[in-house]
Design a protein around this ligand. Structure first.
Ligand SMILES: [Mg+2]
Length: 171
């Protein structure tokens, strides 16, 4: 769901910057489920013990992989034409930090993809990075990560996984 935002299109801006959350967006909600059901230390222990195991793809894994293959074409073009300006930039912005960042790297390597920039925020607000990078679109499965004071980043909520399950009704 594309959330309302005030965006001023800049005609001089020739790049397309697309930003993704990791868990519940690029990857499935396996790790997020551990986090939501337990505590941070359980999540860290789970991710460290599965460090070498790639995550299963999440709802936007295919989009991320396709952007990566377009970037490989851009890379080829750049090798042929040194004046070619790369147009696509991909960014991962996740609340993970060391040591749970390892599994993100394992996953991307296993899929043969990478992002231009990856931010492991360790709890820092995503808004700060978003305001600096000004992506043309940011995808996250958690609505609380999709709030910005300036309201000038197009944000897309991915209604997937454990963070979007309604709490069981008390009877
Ligand atoms: Mg997430």
């Amino acid at each position: 769901m594309v959330l309302p935002s005030k965006v001023i299109d800049d005609d001089d801006d020739k790049t397309l910057r697309i930003a993704f959350d990791f868990d519940g967006v690029i990857a499935d909600d396996e790790a997020e489920t551990v986090y939501q059901n337990g505590k941070l230390d359980k999540f860290v222990a789970h991710e460290v013990s599965n460090m070498q195991k790639p995550h299963n793809p999440g709802p936007l894994a295919n989009l991320f992989k396709k952007l990566s293959s377009l970037q490989a074409l851009e890379e080829k073009k750049k090798a042929q034409d040194k004046h070619y300006q790369r147009m696509i930039r991909t960014i991962i912005i996740t609340a993970r930090s060391a040591p749970t960042h390892e599994r993100v790297i394992t996953t991307l390597e296993n899929w043969g993809v990478s992002a231009n920039e990856t931010f492991f925020l360790g709890g820092m607000k995503k808004e700060h990075i978003l305001n600096t990078l000004k992506p043309h679109m940011f995808f996250d499965d958690q609505k609380t990560h999709l709030e910005s004071q300036l309201g000038d980043i197009p944000m897309v909520h991915i209604p997937f996984g454990v963070t979007n399950k309604a709490a069981p009704k008390k009877t």
